[in-house]
Design a protein around this ligand. Structure first.
Ligand code: SAH
Ligand code: AVI
Length: 338
């Protein structure tokens, strides 16, 4: 994605930027191992973290602007309504953001923390290198005195590489990305996040809420077909990174709401029976006509579900912030007192 830098902004202060990258060969191995696991299961699946190559990140940005995809604008409005309260409650000197992307909504929080005079450092953690780099350049130009320490890595594997705290810390995990973990992994991951927090630190997490299934399925199957393209782009990632020979047109995009688990599933359904090869893995994979492969779950939450997941990670809910229609929620939590 092209960085958008306002030329009128102050000159780039490179000393304010540190970038650590942990995406070496290990990252490719992780894709290869994930694909080998996923394509040899009786019900095939691929993990959603591999959606976000440059094209996937660009498509995700377009999804965020779609009329059907309410989470982004709703979360932004909740942040706008409560940013000052959050700045006051946390007194954060540093903001660590997991899956930071373009940090578009984060600016609402950065504004409030900068305005309150407490903010010193921003630590974006994302698997997409270009996003971390352009975000660091933009934010150091936009917020004088702010240092940005970017971590390019997989937050499931590299959270221990987040630099040691330098003051009261706010960890943010926005967009509802926690919903992309299945329930057990979600709690395991929240436990790892909890290790980033000292007794006075906070976690701010965005979660999409359970609602009318029709509204939910439309958000994941938009009229313009952007989400379908985002879904099929995963096959292009496998073609490029693992020398696979998928034809994305052989697959139809599916979004369905699983009422029992209260999550959205995105799948790719084979339009015809065919065999694909993944050359780097020496793997031939047979798809029957109509066979579905899961590419993402996106869990929807209630206040109780969030509270219980946080509690399982030793965190205590301190504020539950939502919009008037209760479409989306932000929860502020902190390590539970013993
Ligand atoms: N926080 C932004 C972006 C959400 S999209 C928002 O709320 O709009 C999910 C982001 O998480 C993407 O930027 C993607 O690159 C990143 N991501 C997904 N899985 C990841 C992983 N395992 N490790 C690090 N980043 C990941
Ligand atoms: C990043 N994540 C929270 C998005 C979601 O809604 O689960 C990814 C996405 N998938 C399809 N549309 C958006």
């Amino acid at each position: 994605m092209e960085p958008v830098i306002d030329p009128s902004l102050a000159e780039l202060d490179e000393s304010a930027i540190t970038i650590d990258s942990y995406l070496d060969e290990g990252q490719e191995r992780s894709l290869a191992d994930d694909v080998l696991d996923g394509l040899t299961k009786p019900f095939k699946e691929l993990p959603p973290k591999h959606f976000y190559d440059a094209r996937g990140a660009e498509l995700f940005d377009r999804i965020c602007e779609l009329p059907e995809y309410y989470p982004t604008r709703t979360e932004r409005s909740i942040l706008q309504d409560h940013a000052e309260q959050l700045a006051g409650a946390t007194g954060a000197a540093e903001l660590v953001e997991l899956g930071s992307g373009t940090a578009a909504k984060t600016r609402v929080l950065l504004d409030a923390l900068h305005g309150a005079g407490t903010l010193r450092r921003y630590i974006p953690v994302d698997v997409t290198e270009q996003m971390v780099r352009s975000c660091a350049e933009e934010l150091t130009a936009e917020y004088p005195g702010l240092r940005v320490h970017g971590v390019i890595g997989d937050f499931e594997r590299h959270l221990d590489r987040v630099p040691a705290p330098e003051g009261p810390r706010l960890v943010v995990f926005l967009g509802g990305t926690i919903g992309n973990f299945p329930p057990g992994s979600r709690r395991r991951f929240l436990r790892k996040i909890a290790r980033l927090l000292g007794t006075e630190d906070h976690l701010l997490m965005g979660t999409d809420l359970v609602k009318d299934p029709e509204v939910l399925t439309q958000a994941y199957d938009d009229a313009e077909g952007v989400t379908a393209e985002f879904n099929r782009n995963l096959l292009m990632v496998l073609n490029r990174e693992l020398q696979a020979d998928f034809d994305p047109e052989d697959f139809e995009h599916i979004a369905l709401f699983d009422r029992e688990h209260e999550w959205i599933e995105m799948r790719l359904r084979a339009r015809r029976a065919h065999t694909t090869t993944v050359a780097d893995l020496g793997l031939s994979v047979r798809f029957e006509q109509g066979e579905e492969m899961r590419t993402e779950i996106s869990a929807k939450f209630t206040r109780d579900r969030v509270r219980d997941d946080l509690a399982a990670a030793g965190l205590e809910l301190s504020s539950w912030l939502t919009d008037p229609d209760e479409l989306f929620a932000l929860s502020l939590s902190r390590p539970a007192s013993l």
